[in-house]
Design a protein around this ligand. Structure first.
Ligand code: ADP
Ligand code: MG
Length: 321
């Protein structure tokens, strides 16, 4: 029996398999020709349960691209190909492999979503084939689910980054489309639902902001992946250097400010009870430090390489405990 951790984000799908091997790809897929022309052949074209062939991740481009839009991360029909892709990349299904799938979903709709995901996936055998003729099969014998943020908390406890003490820990997960805030009472390690909420802001706002600037400069709409890369450094598009830190800085500042403002409004005097402030998620790599003013001196630093993986690492730990 193997345990695979899966975090199907709005932006990226994060996967942890045996030996904490990590995989990540953009959360999107598109139908594809199943014919193998014998050129290149490097792009994985797969099908699941003998359905239509599709490509996924950065290879999925063009007008037919699908991505799961709903909060229901595992039960959305548009998530199923991504789940199959996540299993496929682990390369562990050469025999019919039994899997414990460890994943998560938003706190607000947790019970409902867990039930839907269980009905859909528990006991199910998923058959994945590539156009190159390879086949992998996985049977999901068990589904372990935790709310988003709780996954991160389990990771933090496991690594000794937070421990039992007075006060509240606030995990701020800055994702692509949303920022999810989870408050935990560190005396009993229970989530405080009234102080947990979602802010409608994320790295995606910075990406669309950069796209607008580039469109003004070049007259072209650049692909989202290009705009995303243009946050950290300049990129060449249409013979022009565009984007980069000078363009992205004010947009990143605006994102951080929006998170700070919404935190203040939602938490009010409870801000004073924060004894651990923990920015996680890919967005925290970009703006995490700016959140210090919410609880000065109480920032807990997660290793940069784990930032985007905190939830999925925690889901997998939960399944192995
Ligand atoms: P979600 O869970 O919503 O899919 P993630 O937390 O995975 O979002 O990532 C949010 C965004 O953070 C990514 O879309 C990416 O643009 C950005 N990001 C991730 N890793 C890095 C990094 N190493 N440097 C800069 N930005 C990053
Ligand atoms: Mg996320």
């Amino acid at each position: 029996m193997i345990t695979i951790g899966l975090d199907l984000g709005y932006g990226d799908t994060k996967v942890i398999s045996e030996n904490e091997q990590r995989y990540i790809f953009p959360s999107r897929w598109a139908k594809a020709e199943s014919r193998n022309w014998g050129i290149g052949g490097n792009i994985p074209v797969i099908s699941v349960d003998d359905g239509d062939s599709f490509v996924f991740g950065k290879d999925a481009i063009g007008s037919g691209v699908r991505q799961p839009q709903e909060d229901s991360r595992l039960s959305d029909p548009n998530s199923y190909p991504l789940l199959a892709a996540a299993l496929w990349v682990t390369n562990l299904g050469k025999e019919n492999t039994e899997v414990t799938l460890a994943s998560g979903t938003q706190l607000g709709s947790f019970e409902k979503e867990v039930e839907k995901a269980r009905n859909l996936l528990e006991g199910k055998t998923i058959k994945i084939k590539s156009s190159a003729g390879e086949e992998q099969k996985f049977t999901i014998s068990k589904l372990v689910m935790r709310p988003q943020g709780v996954g991160a908390a389990i990771y933090l406890l496991n690594r000794g980054l937070i421990r039992k003490q007075y006060g509240n820990a606030v995990i701020i997960d800055i994702g692509f489309r949303t920022t999810d805030v989870l408050t935990i009472n560190m005396e009993n390690m229970e989530p405080i639902v009234e102080l947990s909420f979602t802010i409608q802001a994320g790295v995606g706002d910075v990406v669309s902001g950069i796209s607008k600037v580039i469109a003004k400069e070049t007259g072209f709409i650049v692909p989202a992946d290009v705009a995303r890369d243009a946050i950290s450094s300049k990129v060449v598009y249409s013979q022009k250097e565009v984007g980069g830190p000078i363009v992205s800085q004010p947009l990143l500042d605006a994102l951080a400010q929006k998170v700070i403002d919404d935190m203040r409004e939602n938490m009010r005097e409870d801000l004073d009870r924060i004894t651990a402030l923990i920015p996680v998620g890919g967005g925290s790599i970009l703006v995490g430090q700016k959140l210090d003013e919410l609880a000065p001196g109480h920032m807990v630093k997660v290793p940069v390489e784990d930032m985007q993986f905190t939830n999925v690492l925690g889901y997998r730990i939960a399944a192995s405990q």
